[in-house]
Design a protein around this ligand. Structure first.
Ligand SMILES: O=C([C@@H]1CCCNC1)N1CCCCC1
Length: 328
């Protein structure tokens, strides 16, 4: 089988929301290659924590409670959720898991309550970091992958308009040129890979550094690189500065933004300058940068700002996982 589902950006491309059928309900979930739990708003939650989201009905005929199973997850951005576990049928654009662990929230943090466009998350990292106790559950991809035409999924994220995720096949209309594959280190449960040198701007203003180990995270809005690369980038942006009040680099919204070329698997991938204007700060006609420092996170994260510039293939067809990128 295969699946194809639209990936709809929230405001400022903050996250990408996809329709998922669970039993007879359709919920709109944030697909996240940086975590491994499929969790949903549910009827078990206090109404004070729900602001218009669709609630998974744990009393529906097809939902089977997994007695004694609980979950609790904390994300790097400080948000979190917790609850209990059911099994139900989950259909993502035609790819169907007949008995998928659906983690029904009993409580969510304020960040999720106020994210009114999302009814929960669908984790696409590795099942080794699933947070269900006493027994970790498989991700949707792990549950269905043996039934897929090919054991892979792809992400085509667009700015301000629908992109798509596919399960089981590569859509050759989504990219140009060839796909460059590189090995994945999943020892920490993420789609980890090694990135090489970077160049700011097309004018050969070459950097000397390399980026090193990184993760591909569709659930992270921005791109977080080592300080040297980030300072090198913003040194080419007139009027840019680090704002402690805004929590990152900002610049005049009228600034000209250079591209950033990153070498992965020996191929240079160009992120256009426009990708680095993330959103207005709300003051002084300044804008918040889509490229920020990775200090304090513990990871270099290739989030949506980077992923919008490529077609990404999350591939387990070779036995060992690999990730592929192609220009789009
Ligand atoms: O919790 C997260 C992110 C938060 C946003 C959604 N994706 C997961 N981390 C980033 C990857 C390393 C561990 C922390």
């Amino acid at each position: 089988q295969t699946g194809t589902v639209a990936a709809n950006p929230e405001q400022y491309d903050q996250a990408y929301i996809c329709p998922v059928t669970i039993g007879s309900q359709t919920l709109h979930l944030d697909f996240d290659t940086g975590s491994s739990d499929l969790w949903v708003f549910s009827n078990l939650m206090p109404s004070s924590e729900v602001d218009g989201q669709t609630e998974f009905n744990t009393n529906s005929a097809g939902a089977t409670k997994k007695d004694g199973y609980t979950w609790s997850i904390s994300y790097g951005d400080g948000s979190g959720a917790s609850g209990v576990v059911y099994a139900d049928t989950v259909n993502v654009g035609g790819a169907t898991a007949t008995s998928q662990a659906v983690e029904a929230a009993t409580s969510v943090s304020s960040e999720f309550t106020s994210d009114t466009g999302s009814d929960g998350l669908l984790g696409l990292a590795f099942s080794s970091i699933n947070q269900v106790k006493p027994t970790p559950q498989t991700t949707f991809f792990d549950t269905v992958k043996s039934s897929l035409e090919a054991e892979l999924f792809t992400a085509d994220l667009q700015s301000n308009g629908p992109g798509s995720y596919t399960f089981g096949y590569i859509d050759s209309s989504k990219y140009t040129g060839s796909i460059t594959y590189t090995a994945v280190d999943n020892s920490q449960g993420f789609w980890g890979f090694t990135a090489g040198g970077y160049t700011v701007g097309g004018g050969g203003s070459n950097s000397t550094g390399t980026i090193g180990s990184a993760i591909a995270d569709t659930g992270t809005s921005l791109m977080y690189l080592p300080t040297a690369a980030v300072q090198s980038y913003y040194s080419q942006v007139s009027g840019s500065s680090y704002s402690s009040s805004q929590g990152g680099y900002i610049f005049p919204c009228s600034a000209s933004l250079p591209s950033l070329t990153v070498s992965i698997g020996g191929h240079g991938f160009v992120v256009p300058g426009s990708n680095f204007n993330y959103s207005p700060t709300g003051s002084g006609n300044t804008c918040f940068g889509g490229l920020q420092e990775n200090t304090g996170i513990g990871f270099t994260i290739f989030g949506d700002v980077f992923l919008r510039a490529v077609y990404a293939i999350f591939d387990e067809t070779q036995g060992s996982p690999r990730i592929g990128f192609a220009a789009q």
